[in-house]
Design a protein around this ligand. Structure first.
Ligand code: PLA
Length: 462
């Protein structure tokens, strides 16, 4: 009510034309309008408005809001839904499907939900930092339950709105406590990383990562760029199954990356969205993070349960900050809570209870591991079949073996934008325009069709 009243009053400031000034804002060319009337009670609100006030009364106040472009990843699913062709394939978003291309709810998730129903859990607010049992389970899963850092209480863990929300919370902490510090992200990276840091007003730049010539890691370029970054920068690293390339550093390369980060006093910032989903093993997929933590480095880790537990829509994840002392961890956690409170107050409980129940129950935990191995295994089988079909169908002699060297749910095909568009327009294969395909959305039965589409797009489109 109060908001309504103030909005109406501020819009009523007469006369609008002379009362406002248009200032060309150099941030993305938006026009800002500030109310210059001396007695206007809402000058602030109007200064931050990005919509011209100089419009006739019968035109929408939102006339100046232009159409946003579709999201490069989630927009692909929207386009897919609109396509009526029966052969269509959605390889855009990284979401696991069965061999029948149906969404999959893990058996352990159903069992955990049944347990919750039996217990008659309530729907009270969680604390700002989330469900205590979840926070413990998630840090244990990441670092290993017997990790001394956990016993020494050096880890500040706050439940987040899945991986994205957890990254966003960390970005807000960086913006508040490390003003001007830069985040270095890999080129390329998951597209939303840039949006997250832009919106949090954290400056970022890229380090070299993918080498199109070798279709592998540009390790020397990466090391050189991390070395060249100003001391104390944040280095964003994909814990495992790099998105979109599917190319991870080897254990030896991780050690060298850690050396350079330590030398330069940088702060590693891991995004762990695929733990267990890359290799099928939770421990193996956390080894990069654990290697850094074992060196006594302070670091950030954002986690997500979207993929490994198939909890996409539950929005369950966490931000962990490994600190050099328990005292620091307490202070960091208090500030993360302070940032979360005005953003979303406190996180949702359902997914947190599922994770806590699955991880906390030895029987469910081992069942989860088997199901995860099954999912990771299906993706590996599809990867192999796609490679076989590509090598069989492509008579040009092109080497497609890079597909076998990539890991995780994606394959970076090397197709360019025009070729990716051909995949969609001619073959009804929906994928991101950077040439990424989600193998988790592919069945063995569709591999041959996909291979035909890739070979055609690669050879017949420039
Ligand atoms: N980090 C990385 C590297 C990701 O790939 C994703 C999801 C996330 C974080 C965030 O996931 P969450 O918020 O659901 O936990 N990437 C997906 C989906 C699977 C997406 O773009 O949102 C992708 O298709 O790339």
């Amino acid at each position: 009510m109060h908001m309504m009243a103030s909005t109406i009053r501020s819009f009523a400031c007469p006369p609008l034309a002379s009362a406002s000034v248009s200032v060309r804002d150099n941030f993305k060319g938006r026009t800002r309008i500030g109310c210059l009337q001396e007695r206007c009670p809402f000058p602030q609100a109007m200064q931050f408005g990005r919509v011209s006030m100089n419009v006739a009364v019968n035109v929408s106040r939102f006339e100046g809001i232009t159409m946003a472009p579709p999201d490069p990843i989630l927009g692909v699913s929207e386009a897919f839904r609109a396509d009526k062709d029966e052969t269509k394939l959605n390889l855009g978003v990284g979401a696991y499907r069965t061999e029948e291309l149906q969404p999959y709810v893990l058996q352990v998730v159903k069992k955990a939900e049944n347990l919750m129903l039996e217990r008659g859990e309530n729907k009270e607010y969680l604390p700002i930092e989330g469900l205590a049992a979840f926070n413990k389970a998630t840090a244990d899963l990441l670092l290993g339950a017997d990790n001394p850092l956990i016993k020494q209480e050096k880890v500040a863990t706050v439940q987040g709105l899945s991986g994205t929300g957890s990254l966003r919370l960390a970005a807000a902490l960086i913006e508040r406590y490390f003003p001007g510090a830069k985040v270095l992200i890999s080129a390329p990276t998951w597209g939303n990383h840039k949006n997250i840091f832009n919106d949090a007003k954290v400056p970022w730049s890229e380090y070299r990562y993918y080498d199109p010539k070798t279709v592998g890691l540009d390790f020397d370029g990466m090391i050189a760029d991390v070395k060249a970054a100003p001391c104390g920068s944040f280095i964003l690293l994909h814990g495992c199954a790099h998105n979109p390339t599917g190319i991870d550093p080897t254990p030896e390369q991780w050690e060298k990356i850690a050396d350079v980060i330590q030398e330069k006093n940088h702060i590693p910032f891991f995004d762990v969205a695929y733990q267990g989903f890359a290799s099928g093993s939770l421990d193996a997929d956390a080894s990069s993070v654990r290697l850094f933590a074992a060196r006594g480095m302070e670091l950030f880790v954002a986690q997500s349960y979207s993929k490994n537990l198939g909890l996409y829509a539950e929005r369950i994840g966490a931000i962990n900050v490994v600190c050099s002392s328990s005292d620091t961890a307490v202070r960091v956690k208090s500030q993360l809570k302070r940032l979360a409170r005005p953003m979303y107050s406190n996180p949702p409980v359902h997914g947190a209870r599922i994770v806590a129940n699955v991880v906390g129950d030895p029987v469910l935990f081992s069942e989860w591991k088997s199901e995860m191995e099954l999912m990771a295994g299906r993706i590996k089988d599809v990867r192999k079949r796609l490679y076989d079909n590509l090598s069989g169908n492509d008579k040009s002699g092109k080497d497609w073996s890079f597909i076998l060297r990539q890991i995780g749910m994606f394959s970076f095909t090397g197709l360019n934008k025009a070729q990716s568009e051909n995949m969609t327009n001619k073959w009804h294969v929906y994928m991101t325009k950077d040439g990424r395909i989600s193998l988790a959305g592919l069945s063995l039965a569709k591999c041959e069709y996909l291979a035909d589409a890739i070979v055609d797009s690669y050879h017949n489109v420039n």
